[in-house]
Design a binder for this molecule. Structure first.
Ligand code: GMT
Length: 381
C-alpha cells in the first residue's frame, strides 16, 4: 500500500508511535510518505520506502496566526495525488483529522479518492479535545474519518463518553520493536559505568516533562529512596517542568545523584541500563515509555490511570499506585530494589508482557488489516 502519515514530528508519544509505525510498514514493503512540518525525530531520512514531505507554511503580515491546518491540507492533497496514495493515516485528532478531511474533499472535487484514518492518542481527547473551543471540531473530525483507532480500550471508552461519536473505534494498542528495545548485557556492561557505580541501583524516567507527567513526583520518590539504597536517577527528556524538577533536586541536595540528560535519540540503549522506571503520570492513555522500558527488562512503578492497567499488572510485571502516592511508590521501589530475586522475576515478566502482547510483529498486521478494511469500505460508498 501507499500510505501518507501525518503526526506531530518533534514532541510526544503520538509522534513516536506514528514514526515507528511508518518505519515498520516500510520494512514490510509499503511505500510511506510522512507529511509533517519537520522531519520526525526518530527518522534518519535514509530509510528505504520512506519519503518525507515538509509542509511549507508561508506567512503574511495580515496573518497573526499562520494557517498551518490549511497548508497541511493542501500538501496532503498534493502528495496524495502525485504519489497516488491509497490512504492517509493521521495521528492526534487536532488539527490533523480536519486537515485530512479537507484534503479528501479537495481531491473528491477532482474525481480522486483518498480515505483517511485518525488515531487517537490521549490528550487530543482527554485535554485538548474537551476544551469547548475545540470540542465540536474534534468530534466532527472523528465522525468524518473513514476509520478511527484508539491506543487503548480506556481511550476508546473515554472518547465515546466525552463526544457524540457515530462510528466504530478500533482499539490498536501501542507497540514496541522487541529486537530494538532489548537488554544487551554486553552493551549494559560497557555503558552502565557512565551513570552508576557497581553497587548503585539505577532508576529512570522518560517523558516530555509536561505537567501531566508529574516529573517532580519522580524526584520526590527518589528523595525517599536515595538515603536508604545507594542509587542514581536518570531523567531523560525535556519540557516545561524541568526547572521545577531541578529546583527540587537542589532542595534535597541530590544534584550529584540525578542526571538530567535532556532529549536523547538512543532511548532504547539508555532504558536498558536501568533497574526500575518511575512513571507517576496524572494521566496516560497507554504509557508508551513504560512499554519501551519493559521491553528492555525494566519494570515500571506507575500510576493506576487511563490505559496503564492494560499494560501493567500490579505485582506481576510492575507496580501501580494512586496519583500522588509518593510514599507508596517509594516503598514499592525500596521493596524491589532490596529484593534481587523479586526484581529479577518482575524484570522477566515485564519483558514477557512486551514480547507476548505488544511487539511490533503482533500489532503491525492489525494496522495492515484495518487499512485494507477501511480502503475496501470507502470504495463501496
Ligand atoms: O503524553 C505524551 O507523552 C504525549 C502524548 C501524545 O499524544 O503525543 O502521548 C499520548 O500518546 C502516547 C502514544 O500513543 C501514549 O502512550 C501516552 O499515554 C499518551 N499520553 C497521555 O495520554 C497523557
Amino acid at each position: 500500500m501507499k500510505i501518507g502519515i501525518t503526526c506531530y514530528p518533534t514532541y510526544g508519544g503520538s509522534g513516536v508511535v506514528a514514526t515507528e509505525l511508518g518505519i515498520e510498514l516500510a520494512a514490510r514493503g509499503h511505500e510511506i510518505h510522512f507529511i509533517t512540518y519537520s522531519q520526525p525525530f526518530r527518522l534518519t531520512g535514509r530509510e528505504a520506502n520512506i519519503r518525507y514531505h515538509e509542509v511549507p507554511v508561508s506567512n503574511y503580515p495580515l496573518f497573526e496566526y499562520p494557517p498551518y491546518d490549511l497548508a497541511l491540507a493542501t500538501h496532503m492533497a498534493e502528495v496524495a495525488e502525485f504519489h497516488s496514495l491509497d490512504l492517509l493515516h493521521v495521528h492526534y485528532a487536532i488539527p490533523h483529522s480536519v486537515s485530512a478531511l479537507l484534503a479528501r474533499q479537495m481531491l473528491a472535487a477532482r474525481g480522486k479518492h483518498l480515505p483517511f484514518i485518525t488515531t487517537l492518542h490521549g490528550t487530543d481527547i482527554t485535554l485538548v479535545g474537551l476544551d469547548r473551543s475545540y470540542l465540536p471540531i474534534t468530534e466532527f473530525g472523528i465522525n468524518e474519518s473513514d476509520g478511527v483507532t484508539a491506543i487503548s480500550s480506556y481511550l476508546r471508552d473515554r472518547t465515546y463518553q466525552a463526544f457524540n461519536i457515530t462510528r466504530d473505534i478500533e482499539v490498536i494498542r501501542n507497540f514496541v520493536n522487541c529486537d530494538f528495545y532489548v537488554r544487551d548485557p554486553e552493551l549494559v556492561a560497557k555503558q552502565r559505568p557512565r551513570f552508576a557505580k557497581p553497587d548503585e541501583k539505577l532508576i529512570v524516567h522518560l517523558s516530555n516533562f509536561r505537567p501531566v507527567k508529574r516529573v517532580t513526583d519522580v524526584v520526590e520518590v527518589f528523595a525517599r529512596i536515595a538515603p536508604i539504597v545507594p542509587s542514581r536517577l536518570l531523567l531523560i527528556g525535556d519540557g516545561p517542568e524541568r526547572s521545577a524538577a531541578e529546583f527540587l533536586a537542589m532542595k534535597y541536595g541530590l544534584t550529584d545523584r540525578i542526571d538530567f540528560l535532556g532529549k536523547q535519540d538512543n532511548v532504547n540503549e539508555l532504558l536498558a541500563l536501568a533497574d526500575l522506571m518511575i512513571m507517576p503520570s496524572e494521566m496516560e492513555s497507554f504509557g508508551l515509555a513504560a512499554l519501551e522500558a519493559m521491553a528492555c527488562r525494566v519494570p515500571a512503578i506507575a500510576t493506576r490511570v487511563g490505559g496503564v492497567p492494560e499494560l501493567i499488572e500490579h505485582q506481576v510485571n510492575g507496580l501501580l499506585y494512586e496519583v500522588g502516592d509518593i510514599d507508596g511508590m517509594a516503598a514499592g521501589a525500596l521493596s524491589l530494589l532490596t529484593d534481587p530475586d523479586g526484581l529479577e522475576a518482575m524484570s522477566a515478566a515485564a519483558r514477557k508482557t512486551a514480547q507476548d502482547k505488544f511487539c511490533a510483529s503482533r500489532i503491525i498486521p492489525h494496522y495492515e488489516a484495518y487499512y485494507e478494511q477501511v480502503i475496501a469500505a470507502s470504495t463501496q460508498t
